[in-house]
Write a protein that binds this ligand. Structure first.
Ligand code: URA
Length: 235
């Protein structure tokens, strides 16, 4: 479907709707080789330039594998900066990319960020049971039968429904692994608090059948391959 000139420029990341309209009104935009001052002009594959530079249409969807560092917020609110979206590649900034399940500012690890709403639904809907693996460093002494309590489901403060069965593995003193197939607000930290512990370090290193690749260093992100997307559901 032909797209309006102002919408096209905004989607390509050249500014907000009002900013790109200013560019158009100022005669800085050409369509098919001629200056175009009509913000509502409909494009039909003509070449577009802004300040003499070609505007090449970017991709219309993207799915990113992100190694989230500590300190970034999964939010679009600039008051919460620094934001996860600061890691996204510039040519994809016009896309409505969202994380499939957030990680807290103080949590690191693997995140899938995508413009594909169906993929987000498949990854976050507990009915799909895509397991996420968390590596945990904690303080305190967990209650007796902590493993069995996670399997049975915990009632968290201010909630009525017990957590879905989760797999807890206790390692050396203060180290644990937790496997969850749902993603409630601060779930790992709240489950540990309910068991008498306090999470000090939290890192997610697997979603479904996909491990965080060693080559993807903290703070890096790249587009996912088809094989990686398939691996998410192959657990
Ligand atoms: N559980 C938490 O408490 N925090 C996260 O970031 C993810 C799961």
């Amino acid at each position: 479907m032909p797209e309006r000139l102002d919408a096209f420029l905004a989607h390509q990341g050249l500014g907000t709707r009002s900013e790109v309209r200013n560019l158009i009104r100022s005669g800085l935009v050409t369509v098919g080789g001629a200056v175009c001052r009509n913000q509502a002009a409909h494009l039909r594959n003509e070449a577009v330039t802004v300040r003499g530079r070609p505007v090449v249409a970017g991709p219309d969807s993207a799915t990113l594998l992100v190694h989230k560092p500590l300190g970034l917020a999964c939010s679009h609110d600039p008051r919460e900066a620094p934001l996860l979206e600061s890691l996204y590649p510039a040519p994809l900034l016009h896309l409505p990319i969202e994380p499939a399940g957030r990680l807290d500012r103080d949590t690191s690890g693997i995140l899938i960020c995508t413009s594909d709403g169906q993929l987000i639904h498949r990854l976050t809907n507990p009915k799909q049971a895509v397991w996420k693996r968390y590596r945990i460093g904690y303080a305190g002494k967990l209650s007796a039968h902590a493993v069995e309590r996670c399997t049975a489901g915990l009632i968290l403060p201010d909630e009525e429904r017990p957590t879905l069965p989760a797999r807890l593995e206790l390692h050396a003193e203060g180290e644990a692994t937790l496997h969850l197939c749902e993603g409630r607000y601060h779930q790992v930290r709240r489950m540990f608090a309910a068991l008498g512990g306090e999470v000090l370090r939290l890192h997610r290193d697997r979603i479904g059948g996909l491990e965080l690749p060693e080559a993807l260093k903290t703070g890096e992100c790249r587009e996912m391959t088809e094989a990686e997307i398939a691996a998410l559901f192959n657990q």
